[in-house]
Every structure is written in C-alpha cells, then in structure tokens.
Design a protein around this ligand. Structure first.
Ligand SMILES: Cc1ncc(C[n+]2csc(CCOP(=O)(O)OP(=O)(O)O)c2C)c(N)n1
Ligand SMILES: [Mg+2]
Length: 808
C-alpha cells in the first residue's frame, strides 16, 4: 500500500484504512467531476454558448497525484490541461471554470482572468484591488497561464529561483508574505509536443545550473494536436533524451522520473518522492508522465478521429486514466460498483448545476441590460419620427439568440445614430444610460493594462537632481554605478543579473564592484539565455522581489521578446490586475558598431510591449533618475541606455540614489521658434550639435526629449511647442516608419498637433537596412549631423524658398 500524502493531511502513516479509502474516493470524485466539466464544456461550445473550448480530459489522474504534493506557498506555471489539478487543490472551482468558459468579465466570477482569457487559463490573485500583496505563503499560488505553448517555462524558472534566494539570502527574512525559508516548489506542466520549443530546453538547462526547486511534469499523450511524437521528439521520448541531466555523485543536475498517466498508485508514489527531493534539497525534477490520452481530441476546433488510427483510439479508450483508476478501485475493494455508480451520478448533477449557475449569472445580467435598453429605446420611439426604425432595432435585440453585451450596445448605438438629429428627454435618457454602460464596459474590457494603483511609478514623487558646488564629473557608467549602489543599500529585495553582470559588473561596468559588496545572490552572472533571464526576473518579481534583469545589448532583446510580450506585458491585463511583476529590464542600445550592435528597433518594441513602460534616457544621469523612479513603483519597465554614452562625462548628483525622473515628462532641451525637433536616446546629442550649426544659418530649433516613449509626453509639451514653431521633425534611428511613426501619431493625432502645422511633418530615421560595420557604415545608415542640418534646412526652404536656396 503506498503512502499517500495529502496537502491537508501531512502525516498519512497514521491513517486508518477507511480514511485512506475516502481520500482515494474523493480523488476519483474530483477526477470524475473534472471529466464531466470537459464533456459539458465541449457541448457548450458546440451549441454556441461559448466560443472555444480546450479541456483536461485524459490527464486527470496524474494531476490528482500532483495536487497531493502541492502545498500552501507553492506555485504553478502550467498550461491549459490542468483543470483537475486546479480543482483538486481548490485553486479554482467548477463554477469559476464555467464562468471563464462563458467569458464572464467579473473578477468575482472568473478570478483568473475576468473573462479575458480562453477557458482553462488559470490564475490565483496575488494582489488585492489596492495593489497590495496578499499573503502568498498562506495560499496556493498559480501564475497566470498563457496560450503560447512552452511560453510559460521561463517564468517557471523565476518562480523556482525565488525560493533559492529566500532560502539562501538571510537578509530577505523580513519579507514574510512570500516565503517560508524558501521551502516553496514551483510546479510546471507542459505537453509533450511543446517540449520541442526552445524555451523548454533553455529553461531546463538554466534550472539545472541554478539548482532550484522546479518540478516539471510533462503530460505525454504522444501528440501535439495532430503531429505524433516521431515528428516532435528525438527517440520519441523526452525523459530518455534528457538523461544526461540526471545528477550524479558530485554533480549538479536533475532527478528524472517516468510514470504512466493511468497508474494512480505509481503516480502518487512518484510525486511524493520527487517533490520531497525538490523541496528539501532544491534539486529540479522532471516527471515524465507517459501513456496519457485525449478522449475528446485536442480542442473544440477539430476531431482527433481525423489523425489517430482506429488502433490508437481503441488503446486510448482502454487506457483512459479514469477507467483504469476505477478498475483498480474495484480490484482492490476500495469501492464497489454501486458506490461508484452513485458517486458518478451525483458528480454529473453537481457539475451540471455549477454550469447552470455560471450561465445563469451572466445571462441574467445581460437580460437585465436588454430590458433596460429596450425600454429606453421604446420610450424614445414614442416621440421620434424614426419610431419604426427604433422598433425594428428593438425587435432584433429581443429576438437575438444567446445575446451578448455587444448586441445590446450595437442596438443602442444604432438607435442613437438614427435619432442624431433629434433632441428629446427620452433620447438624453438613452444617451445617459449608454454612457454609463460604456464606463462599465471600458472597465470590463479595456482596463488594467498596467496594475495602475497608488504604487504606479506614475505617482512616484518628483525629486530634482541636486549638485554640490564642486560636484565631480564622472564617466556615465560611474553615475549609474553610484545609483545602483545607493538603491541596493536602501532596498534589500533588489537583485540584478544577466550576462557578465556579476563578476565584472556588466560589460560597461555599471555594476562594477557591486557583487563584491552585496554578494553573488544579489548581483549575479547568468548563462547566455535572454528569454530565461527575463523569465527569471518575471518569476522573482511575482514573488515579491525587485529584480533588474539585464539584456546585454538591445539587439538581443529579440531573443526574449516572446516572454516580454506574451507574458510580462500582458500579465496585468490578462488577470485584470490580479497579479503583478514589477520587473525592470536594463539594456543598452542605439548606435555603436555593426549590424548587431547598433539596434534601435523602438517601433517593434513599442508595438509588442504595451503593458511595459519604455524609457529611453539620453544620458546616464537621466537613466539613474528613471531607475530611482521605477524602483519605487510597482510596474514593469524597459530602460534602454545609450550604448555610446558610458564614457562621456556627467556631473554626479549629490542625491544620485534619490532624485527621480517622472515617466511621461518631456523636457525641452533647447528653445527655438522655427522648428520643433523631437528625438530621444543617442540621436539627441547629434541633434543638439546640429542645432548649433543651424543657428549659424539663422534657424532656431526647439529640441524636445520625450525621455520615455511609453508613456509619451503626458503634458503635451510637443504639441504646445508646435503652436510656436508650426513645424515638426522627428529624428530617431529606428527604421523609417518605426518609432518615429509612433511619435507622430501621438503628437499629431492624440495631442492635436496637426492643427498647428504649416507644413508637412517630417521624420528622419535610419535606413531600412542595419548599419554596416565601421564609421562609414554608420554614417550612411544612421541619421548624421549633416542629415539633420539638411533636413531642417529643406523644411525651412519649403516655407521661405528665397532664404534657403537649394544646396545641391
Ligand atoms: C508557441 C505556440 N505554438 C503553437 C501553438 C498552437 N498549439 C496549441 S496547442 C498545440 C499542441 C500542443 O501539444 P502538447 O504540447 O503535446 O500538449 P497537448 O495539447 O497534447 O496536451 C499547438 C501546436 C501555440 N498555442 N503556441
Ligand atoms: Mg501532447
């Protein structure tokens, strides 16, 4: 008889046989209810009540076993097959499961995503509505799922790494809400097919190096949608090929387990053993669960009969894990057929009731809105000359099958458009109702791109830089170094890591000497693995630490872009501010040398990373002020330092660790009446030099540094400048139509700058291609001093041709 540990029952050796039976029967009930949820869920999609369904059928029994090893304070980072685990741990309920399937936008009903995510995308809420952390040691924690398979692996690494820091760095013991001596295990799940992803292998290796309590379960059903294992995995066996990671005497590495997905006893034993090693020794473990099935096929998008052979389908029927568990329970006299029949009937009714409750909840809200809207439209029809049109609109709405909010709002908007020429009290009432609903719908569907609470960096008070009379002029890198030193002294939860960040203090020495001062748990080197550097930071930030994750050059941000975009940037939105990760990404870019060290792809970054603040400091003092701001706020941000600025002299502020640069605060660097030039980062210095030459020509340019591109110039400084100059030039070194197009949209459209222009707004960017190596390559690819002077000259010539004859 196996010793089965239950999360609520720590010492099972004392259990009576009856207690033991009851635990197993309860497990079977949870598994069976979960299966019913899958069956009913699929039907709800096929009958049109929900739009898409993907379920965890065929994976139930392993998850029951995994749940037994999961404790309060632990973390999950998994994928869409894990509903049984979520039910078994109590991290979600059946009613919430259905609320998400129906896209209920209420966080009370779908706490994981407020209807924003497809079904089976799980999360627990780690912060409250004020942005304050919950006590994460007192609850079970599930980091928010993403649909991109394998995309969650880097985050898993960070969640596990946090336990290591909490265990090894005694200075963190004051952070009571996050850890009890680093005893928390980060549980990951991934499908066999998705282990083909690079992120899986990158994470796997990094965890082996770091020796963190990470437990990866691979749910192996031999397929990734229709593609069988022979096209997915070398030797068709992931644990076989990962055997080289097995730890041996005197080496780091993994403990690797393999167990069949329908073997309840084997699974319980495996999880108990594996997780004990992981938790106590901080050794990562792999649990490869084979022979899993997929009774309903991959998702509601297609049927698996198309690609599985008759033999395979028959095998799956027989090896269905719940069928096998039931058989075993009968064979071992844990339950009788009659008992299980009765349990199954009750389970079916229970799940059906939960489903109805979830449906009725949303439906009744929408019906209520329809009643209100149709009444108001009817009232309007009484006094409108478009009465027939309005009654028709109402008829369509009342006859709508399974109506949604969009149907209600579409009807109201049509009614308001039809009566746009009329003025009446009844129309005003409809309009007021519409406006009121819009506020609610904006909150339901468009809010919380950032957590947006009192802790937002936008509310960090502004503190000006101060300078002693004999304030030293230092290399830019030394300014940053002093800033980091002060912040690491002030805040013990700060950590920084990346390639070459530890021992040598980063390739440009911003962290020089700080590892020696603060220790290698706080300032650390990593392998060359950008995606998991970000994942490492993301997981730490979700667990209450304040990481600065460094990407060595901006050009390599590409390698972390999936994690940044899919996971970090969407975290607040996809949980409706139920989780936060105040991760600061530090990198350096713009111009230096050659094709892969001169990148400034801000258009790409701005388009992909809404949900992350984007800071582009022109020098290291401004960068320091931004770090000071960001480290006192709680939202994620990317800071792009100027790669060619570390050895330029800047004056050291006496309050280098305290002064702040507010986000969204544009600064006028030079005043002028003729042309407004907006630029950022490394081009600013060239623009400033060009302005000097332009002055010799009698042209006075106003130079504005937005400082942060997201948020962009919150005080409309740019548009105000245009009221004076009427001419706009945006200079950057992204591709044409990249970051500069974003800036134009802000100034012309959002700030209404268009109305102040007397000539065509212009952009001056780098070329479409990347800059060749060498100074001439740079000159012919990036905007140069002469390019800027001539572009401004040309713009002036358009208005005053007689004053500015053609140069060429
Ligand atoms: C990055 C990414 N690529 C492709 C997909 C489309 N997709 C969704 S599920 C899936 C199959 C995953 O198979 P596996 O990992 O074996 O998990 P299973 O569904 O079999 O449990 C694919 C290809 C995706 N969601 N994300
Ligand atoms: Mg699979």
């Amino acid at each position: 008889m196996p010793v089965i540990e239950n999360s609520s029952q720590s010492d099972t050796s004392q259990l009576s046989f009856d207690d033991f039976k009851n635990i197993i029967i309860k497990d079977y009930r949870v598994g069976y209810e979960s299966r019913q949820a899958s069956l009913i869920g699929r039907r709800e999609v096929l009958t049109g009540k929900a739009k898409f369904g993907i379920f965890g059928d065929g994976k139930e029994v392993a998850q029951l076993a995994m749940a037994k090893a999961f404790r309060k304070g632990d973390w999950r980072a998994g994928y869409y097959r894990d509903q049984t685990f979520m039910f078994a741990t109590g991290m979600t309920t059946l009613t919430e499961f259905f609320a998400q399937l129906y896209a209920n936008p209420d966080t009370e009903k779908d706490p994981a995503s407020a209807g924003r995510q497809m079904n089976c995308h799980f999360a627990t809420r780690t912060i409250d509505e004020n942005g304050d952390w919950n006590d994460l040691t007192a609850m079970m924690n599930c980091s928010s799922d993403i649909s991109t398979t394998g995309g969650h692996m880097p985050r898993l690494l960070g969640l596990a790494y946090a336990s290591k820091l909490y265990r090894q760095n005694k200075e963190l013991s004051y952070l009571k809400n996050f850890s009890v001596k680093g005893n928390e295990v980060a549980f990951g799940t991934i499908g066999n097919g998705s282990t083909s992803e690079g992120l899986f292998f990158e994470t796997f290796n990094a965890a082996g190096v770091l020796q963190v309590p990470m437990a990866i379960s691979v749910w192996d059903d031999a397929y990734g949608i229709s593609v069988p294992a022979k096209y997915q995995t070398t030797k068709e066996d992931i644990s076989e090929i990962l055997k080289g990671f097995q730890r041996e005497d005197g080496t780091n590495g993994y403990e690797i387990f393999k167990v069949r997905g329908w073997d309840y006893v084997g699974l319980c034993e495996t999880y108990e053993k594996a997780i004990a090693i992981c938790r106590e020794e901080h050794v990562p473990v792999l649990i490869h669960v084979t022979e899993m099935t997929q009774p309903q096929g991959h998702s509601t998008s297609g049927s698996h009969e198309r690609y599985k052979s008759k033999e395979r389908l028959a095998w799956e029927d027989e090896h269905d894990c719940l069928v096998q568990m039931r058989k075993w329970m009968l064979e071992t006299a844990i339950a009788t057929n009659e008992e299980l029949d009765e349990l199954e009937e009750k389970a079916k009714t229970h799940v059906r009731n939960c489903q109805r409750e979830a449906w009725n909840d949303l439906e009744s809200q929408i019906k209520n809105e329809i009643t209100q809207a149709t009444l108001l439209i009817n009232n309007l029809a009484l006094s409108s000359e478009y009465d027939q049109q309005l009654l028709d609109i109402n008829k369509v709405l009342t006859e709508c099958f399974d109506p949604a909010r969009r149907d209600v709002m579409a009807a109201v908007r049509k009614a308001l458009l039809a009566t746009a020429h009329e003025y009446s009290d009844t129309r005003n009432e409809l309009l007021a109702w519409f406006n009121n609903e819009n506020v609610k719908n904006k909150d339901r569907f468009n809010s919380k791109l950032f957590t947006d609470t009192q802790y937002s960096p936008l509310y960090v008070p502004e503190i000006f830089a101060e300078y002693d009379q004999d304030g030293k002029f230092l290399d830019g890198r030394e300014i940053l170094n002093a800033c980091f030193d002060a912040n690491f002294t002030r805040d013990k939860s700060l950590v920084a890591f990346g390639e070459d960040v530890g021992s040598i203090g980063d390739v440009n020495q911003g962290f020089a000497g700080l590892q020696a001062k603060f220790g290698d748990l706080r300032i650390a080197d990593t392998g060359i693995r950008e995606a998991t550097i970000i994942g490492q930071g993301l997981g730490l930030a979700m667990r209450g630490l304040r990481p600065i994750a460094e990407i060595q050059y901006l050009d390599y941000l590409m390698y972390a872009m999936n994690v940044l975009s899919d996971d970090l940037a969407s975290l607040s939105y996809r949980t409706k501010a139920g989780q936060k990760a105040p991760l600061i990404i530090r990198t350096r870019g713009h111009r230096l040398e050659g094709i892969w060290h001169s990148g400034s792809p801000l258009g790409f970054i701005l388009n992909a990373l809404r949900g992350i603040h984007i800071c582009v400091p022109r020098n290291m003092t401004q960068a320091a002020g931004m770090y000071n701001t960001l480290l006192r706020g709680d939202e994620p941000a990317l800071v792009i330092e100027c790669l060619n600025g570390y050895r330029l002299k800047e004056q050291l502020p006496s309050n280098v660790g305290e002064f702040t640069v507010p986000l969204g605060r544009a600064e006028i660097l030079r005043e002028g009446n003729d042309i407004t030039i907006v630029s950022y980062g490394s081009t600013l210095r060239i623009v400033q030099e060009a302005a000097h030459d332009l002055e010799m020509l009698g042209i006075y340019v106003e130079i504005i540094d937005p400082q942060t591109l997201y948020p962009f110039d919150l005080d409309n400084i740019c548009a105000q400048s245009l009221q004076k100059t009427s001419k706009l030039l945006v200079v950057d070194e992204d591709v044409p139509g990249g970051g500069s197009a974003y800036i134009l949209q802000h100034i012309l459209e959002k700030q209404n700058g268009y109305f102040s222009l007397d000539s065509q707004p212009r952009t001056l960017s780098a070329k479409q291609h990347r800059p060749p190596y060498g100074s001439d390559g740079d000159y012919y690819s990036k905007p140069s001093h002469e390019d800027i002077v001539e572009t401004v000259y040309d713009m002036m010539a358009q208005t005053y041709p007689e004053n500015y004859p053609p140069i060429y």
